[in-house]
Design a protein around this ligand. Structure first.
Ligand SMILES: Nc1ncnc2c1ncn2[C@@H]1O[C@H](COP(=O)(O)OP(=O)(O)OP(=O)(O)O)[C@@H](O)[C@H]1O
Length: 284
């Protein structure tokens, strides 16, 4: 039986994707939560007394965000007034089901939920828009409307900030997409942990440094209640290509793993052959 390298008492339940350390569940939770807390502290992400809208889609990222922000707010006494804000894009068989999850999260985390719909704000549901425009450019409508809908919903609820569940993988995909589109303004802006800092409603990404795989593991081990189906229109989105490309790069990037080990004082991390990083002579 392998013991957790952190507590050395419990059985290791996983190899942590970010560090390759073998940890028990409790030490894994502590590691993620502490890292998010340190990110929040190091970047002054919130101020005491702020009212924070958590963009809640019912998916894994925003569900874990709601769970971790609620936990940290209590544990470290941030003094934040948290609430869930969901945008109902009007996608039958997808958003209606995920909203049911958010309604349960409202009870589980004991933070109030507000739902704003495209139908009320714009007079159109996404299903109606897709019926007009087809499945090629529909994500443009959805992305632009959702961004504004989150702002309008948060302003209506007198929020000071919007927190979203964007993680390290999402940010890498966005960087790649903006690079491919040669969109320099967005390329410069998109990796920031806080955007619109000077506006009345800044947006923050507390999971900027959290790997998607670790969010999935956290949600799975904690048995969090989240909705895991992809948007029915997303197979047509360009983001999917960026995601595949980054996953392929990750699978062979032995040099990055070795370098990370050296920088973290774990020189043996990534030494030897694993299924994930291939042979010893693989490179980016
Ligand atoms: N319908 C929505 N209502 C409220 N917030 C949303 C909605 N859709 C997305 N968001 C916010 O934007 C973030 C990124 O959403 P996106 O759909 O790009 O990614 P995701 O990785 O699938 O996130 P999640 O797992 O939380 O659904 C979410 O984590 C959430 O905070």
């Amino acid at each position: 039986m392998k013991l957790c390298v952190e507590c050395r008492t419990q059985r290791a339940a996983m190899r942590r994707p970010k560090t390759s350390e073998e940890l028990c569940k409790e030490c894994f939770y502590t590691a993620i939560e502490t890292e998010v807390h340190e990110t929040i502290m190091a970047t002054n992400l919130f101020r005491r007394g702020e009212r924070v809208a958590i963009g809640a889609s019912g998916g894994k990222d925003s569900t874990v965000l709601a769970h971790i922000l609620t936990t940290l707010n209590r544990r470290y006494d941030y003094g934040l007034d948290l609430f869930l804000l969901s945008i109902d894009e009007g996608i039958k068989g997808y958003r209606d089901d995920s909203l049911e999850t958010v309604k349960r999260n409202e009870q589980q985390y004991q933070i109030p939920l507000t739902i704003c719909s495209y139908k009320d704000l714009y007079g159109w549901t996404m299903d109606e828009i897709v019926a007009q425009i087809g499945t090629k450019n529909n994500c443009t409508f959805c992305g632009v409307f959702r961004r504004q809908a989150l702002d309008r919903g948060a302003a209506m609820m007198k929020a000071d900030k919007i927190a979203t569940g964007h993680n390290a993988d999402d940010i890498a995909e966005t960087v790649l997409l903006n690079f491919l589109r040669a969109d320099l303004a967005r390329l410069r802006r998109c990796p920031s942990i806080i955007t619109g800092a000077d506006s009345t409603l800044p947006r923050v990404k507390p999971f900027k440094y959290v790997y998607e795989k670790e969010i999935v593991m956290y949600a799975y081990f904690k048995k969090l209640d989240y909705f895991s189906t992809e948007c029915i229109y997303s197979p047509f989105a360009a983001r999917g290509l960026a995601r595949e490309f980054i996953k392929d790069l990750e699978a062979v990037c032995k040099a990055c793993l070795l370098l990370e080990g050296l920088n973290r004082g774990l020189p043996r991390m990534g030494v030897g052959r694993t299924k994930r990083n291939g042979g010893d002579d693989e490179s980016c």
